[in-house]
Design a protein around this ligand. Structure first.
Ligand code: NAD
Length: 521
């Protein structure tokens, strides 16, 4: 393999396309046609490099038109999940012996391949999870960023780690991999999170069993093929789609699994954490669990805020990708002095949001991911109608797909259900605060602590929020979504997870253990 490492440039974020450039728009249209032409294709399991078709399949449907089957993956049995763990354990014996720079090369090659196929991956996300063109490209740009960033981080960790010198000894501390990991990503950043979690685990020398979300298993199948093309040896990444309760529990509790890297809901994260804590016969370690979970994110709008900017920030944070981001704003906490103005302006802004098939770029909002999500979000809307005053939306949009109107409910009490539980859909609660103190108190009154924003021009309020707004990612005078790799290391407090700070300098440490070596001289 020719080394790209010596001439590696400093990390820079990929620029997300807005598709105003006619060449980009034409490329995206062509990619949508190409991906659509391959609808219905079957994707096998990949265990130890072997492709295995199973009888049982997982159908990945287009949420904008669920009659369209984007693709089918094989569904792993318990025996196959066990085989995948064993294959990863065998591959670990050689993969762990590569140096960090050697493994970084694979990530850079994968990033190069992904850049070449960017529009195809964008198009797949439009169909598989209902992303608009810019949202899909943002996801893939972030995936490229993770590959590029973690490759450089691996090089940094390969450098010596200083220890205090002692006479008569030569001492060093090195980082070594953990072992076999279960990588369990969500469907909502089906490209970025799935690839980022996998890349971080393997670049540090671990081997993995990748169990994708059933709603986004096709993009994971593409990525596993891409890694093979990039030269990643067989057994390093084993691909086993399947039911969470059936094979998820088995993989998590397998005695040869050393760590679990999970991103998803609080309920599943806590379940995995509990299961992983129980040692199994033959297990030699305490499993490490990295669990990034849900959010109930607030934007606080102070009396002195630029109300127009706050309205814009709240609208895009609440309704971008149909509110299905862990960082989505689902609570606007607004000072009573500007409350009515804010609500009026937000209503006007939300009325401009277009809802429809995201393969048509004129639509800002697409469908929610599946029928279960449609039902659960609709139930929250019904509840919300009793808990507040409907300002916008509240109904299904269209007949065929899983479309919902952008829904705003005002005058919601801080402890109401729709102000406390993660809805994960296009539903925003507006809460009236008596003053800034009250607003800060409300902002911290959930069990979560992922993202939050404050709109204010007052330095004192900004200082206060810096200290007291208890979230992993805090923003001032900007939206609460759109964290960039490297610039905004991402992860939350409390029930939002283990604060792993994906895309930050501490992240790779979570996949390694330190070994101190002392030699008498
Ligand atoms: P989910 O919890 O339903 O599923 C996540 C993954 O866990 C999927 O791959 C699923 O198949 C798997 N799974 C389910 N049951 C399992 C089991 N018993 N054992 C092992 N694996 C199992 O979440 P989702 O619907 O895919 O994603 C949405 C959630 O993810 C939201 O709560 C959102 O806030 C959260 N999220 C958090 C972050 C973050 O960084 N904090 C980022 C993105 C999404």
């Amino acid at each position: 393999m020719t080394s790209t490492i010596e001439r590696i440039a400093p990390f820079k974020n990929e620029i997300v396309k807005n598709f105003q450039d006619p060449a980009d728009a034409a490329a995206m249209k062509a990619a949508l046609d190409e991906v659509r032409a391959a609808f219905g294709k079957h994707y096998p399991l990949v265990i130890d490099g072997r492709k295995i078709e199973t009888e049982k399949k997982i159908r990945s449907l287009n949420p904008a038109d669920p009659e369209q089957v984007v693709g089918l993956t094989s569904s792993a049995s318990k025996a196959q999940a066990n085989e995948a763990v064993e294959a990863a354990a065998r591959a670990f014996e050689s993969w762990k012996r590569l140096t960090l720079p050697e493994r970084a090369e694979y990530l850079l090659r994968a990033a190069a391949l992904l850049k070449q196929r960017r529009f195809a991956y964008d198009a797949l996300l439009v169909y598989e999870v209902g992303k608009s063109w810019p949202e899909a490209d943002g996801d893939i740009a972030e995936a490229i960023d993770f590959l590029e960033f973690y490759a450089r981080e691996a090089l940094r960790y390969a450098e010596p780690h200083p220890v205090v010198p002692i006479d008569g000894e030569r001492n060093e501390m090195i980082y070594i991999p953990l072992g076999v990991g279960a990588v369990i990503p969500p469907w909502n950043f089906a490209g970025a999170i799935m690839m980022g979690m996998t890349a971080a685990a393997i670049v540090t020398g671990n081997t993995v069993v990748l169990k994708p979300s059933s709603d986004s298993a096709i993009i994971a199948a593409w990525f596993v093929d891409l890694l093979t093309e990039a030269g990643v040896p067989r057994g390093v990444v084993n691909f086993v789609p399947g039911s969470g309760s059936e094979i998820g529990d088995l993989i998590v509790s397998h005695p040869q699994i050393r760590f679990i890297s999970f991103t998803g809901s609080k309920e599943v994260g806590l379940h995995i954490n509990e299961l992983a804590a129980k040692p199994q016969p033959g297990q030699k370690w305490i499993k490490r669990v990295v669990a990034e979970m849900g959010g109930k994110d607030s934007i606080v709008v102070a009396a002195d805020a630029d109300v127009d900017a706050a309205v814009e920030g709240v609208a895009v944070s609440a309704f971008g990708f149909q509110g299905q981001k862990c960082s989505a704003c689902s609570r606007a906490i607004v000072d009573e002095k500007i409350y009515d103005e804010f609500v009026d302006k937000l209503k006007t802004r939300v009325a401009k949001i277009t809802v429809g098939d995201p393969s048509d770029p004129k639509n800002y909002m697409g469908p929610v991911v599946n029928e279960a999500a449609l039902k659960s979000i609709s139930a929250y809307i019904d509840k919300g109608l009793k808990e507040g005053r409907l300002i916008s939306g509240g109904k299904r949009a269209g007949e065929k797909g899983y479309f919902l109107e952008p829904t705003v409910i005002a005058d919601v009490a801080p402890n109401a259900t729709i102000a406390q539980e993660e809805i994960f859909g296009p539903v925003l609660a507006i809460i009236k605060a008596k003053d800034f103190d009250d607003a800060m108190h409300i902002a911290n009154n959930t069990e979560f602590g992922l993202t939050g924003s404050l709109y204010s021009k007052d330095e004192k309020k900004i200082e206060r929020a810096r200290d007291d707004f208890f979230v992993g990612n805090l923003y001032f005078n900007r939206k609460s979504t759109g964290a960039m790799v490297g610039a905004h290391p991402f992860g939350g407090f409390n029930m939002s997870g283990t604060d792993s700070k994906a895309g930050g300098r501490d992240y790779l440490l979570l996949f390694m253990q330190a070994k101190t070596i002392s030699r008498k001289v």
